[in-house]
Design a protein around this ligand. Structure first.
Ligand SMILES: *Cc1c(COP(=O)(O)O)cnc(C)c1O
Length: 383
């Protein structure tokens, strides 16, 4: 079976994790601090606050803005469910906006339609690594005093108008889950240019402590910490950060490889009439965190049948991006027109794309898709 993805982890990561263990310091410490500094520099943010996942980073972002019951935050339904859940964690209401079918992302027009007097923020997702048009969203939101939080879970290494995604972000949340380009097993980061938010996020991830545990242990003398507010334990460990530092050094190579593989898919599927594919928007570049395709309108099979057919041919694919409003957790949650979201989630699927995908396996994937769609496959294909 050709897997849909495989994380790129080598001896260097194993050695870095072992070195952290041998050092005797495994909780949040010097490696976390170094990882924060280097990651923030890479995405051109002034501050990075490492946390346990992107989900907890999103929660902190909403919490930091003092958003709570009675408040609304605009989110795409077309996203991993953690995007909407982060709003609910704060007792606020996620309000679903529709997407641009070409990118899978919110637009200023879809957001404008769902703004109300209770809107307190907009959470834009760079879905599957495709940058959202943040300048257009901020042109709408800044005059209204609405912060734009960026769910950049998938977007490390993507670019927007010539800069890394995350540059100048109000608040951006990142994921280091193995399904993303960089992994620390589990892990996340909140980046921001606002020093007060960074300070408060550091405190919120660590029980609201006035002095971090790392500083208390490494400083001399007696330090008695205070607990300044009710907070959380969302810390990353030094073992994870040690792995993250190695992963970060590979980011450019990982993105280059993914873009090469994506270009091959684009070329191979160019002759399939009506097939939609993820691509760079005109204002930026994607890291191809996921390679999604959208079935032609006149396809002879459904998306789910195509997934089953691919599995029978030895190709593990996945449904495309989920729509949160269709999940039981959001049953009965009010929403407006989400027809682009519904068409997108129903007709897309994600094909295998990972660093070590061989040319032969990629050709097998292409032939399997074409065969399943009833198109001719080249003579000599293993299918
Ligand atoms: C993966 C993902 C998340 C959650 O990331 P975790 O690190 O697993 O918590 C949130 N939002 C989006 C868009 C994602 O793809």
């Amino acid at each position: 079976m050709i897997p849909v993805m495989r994380p790129l982890l080598g001896e260097d990561e194993a050695e870095a994790a072992a070195e952290a263990v041998r050092s005797g310091w495994v909780a949040q410490g010097p490696r976390v601090a170094a990882f924060e500094e280097r990651f923030a520099a890479r995405v051109r943010a002034n501050h990075g606050v490492a946390v346990s996942s992107c989900t907890t980073a999103l929660h902190l972002a909403v919490h930091l803005l003092d958003i709570g019951p009675g408040d609304e935050v605009v989110v795409p339904s077309l996203s991993f469910i953690a995007t909407a859940n982060a709003v609910r964690y704060c007792g606020a209401t996620p309000v679903f906006a529709d997407i641009d079918p070409a990118t899978g992302n919110l637009t200023a027009d879809t957001v404008r339609e769902v703004l109300t007097e209770r809107t307190r923020a907009v959470m834009a997702v760079h879905q599957a690594g495709v940058p959202a048009d943040i300048a257009a969203l901020r042109a709408l939101c800044d005059p209204l005093g609405l912060p734009v939080i960026e769910d950049a879970a998938c977007a490390a290494g993507s670019t927007y108008r010539g800069a890394p995604v995350g540059a100048e972000a109000t608040l951006a949340a990142w994921s280091f889950h193995p399904r993303k380009l960089l992994t620390t097993g589990e892990g996340g980061m909140l980046t921001t240019d606002n020093p007060e938010w960074a300070t408060r996020a550091r405190r919120l991830r660590e029980h609201g402590m006035s002095v971090s545990a790392a500083d208390r242990h490494s400083g001399g003398g007696v330090v008695i910490e205070q607990y300044l507010e009710t907070a959380f334990n969302y810390r990353m460990t030094d073992i994870q950060a040690a792995v993250g530092l190695v992963q970060l050094s590979r980011l450019d190579a990982i993105v280059a490889r993914r873009r090469e593989l994506a270009a091959r898919y684009h070329e191979a599927f160019a002759d399939v009439p009506g097939l939609g594919m993820v691509r760079d928007p005109e204002y930026g570049t994607t890291n191809y965190q996921s390679f999604w395709i959208r079935l032609p309108d006149d396809a002879r099979i459904t998306r789910t049948e195509l997934l089953a057919d691919l599995a029978a041919r030895g190709v593990s694919a996945r449904r495309g991006i989920m729509a949160s409003h269709l999940e039981p957790a959001y049953a009965g949650h009010p929403h407006g027109d989400l027809s682009a979201t519904e068409a997108f989630t129903e007709r897309t699927l994600i094909l295998p794309l990972f660093h070590d995908l061989t040319a032969e396996d990629q050709a097998t994937v292409v032939d399997a898709v074409k065969a399943a769609l009833g198109l001719p496959v080249p003579a000599g294909s293993p299918l």
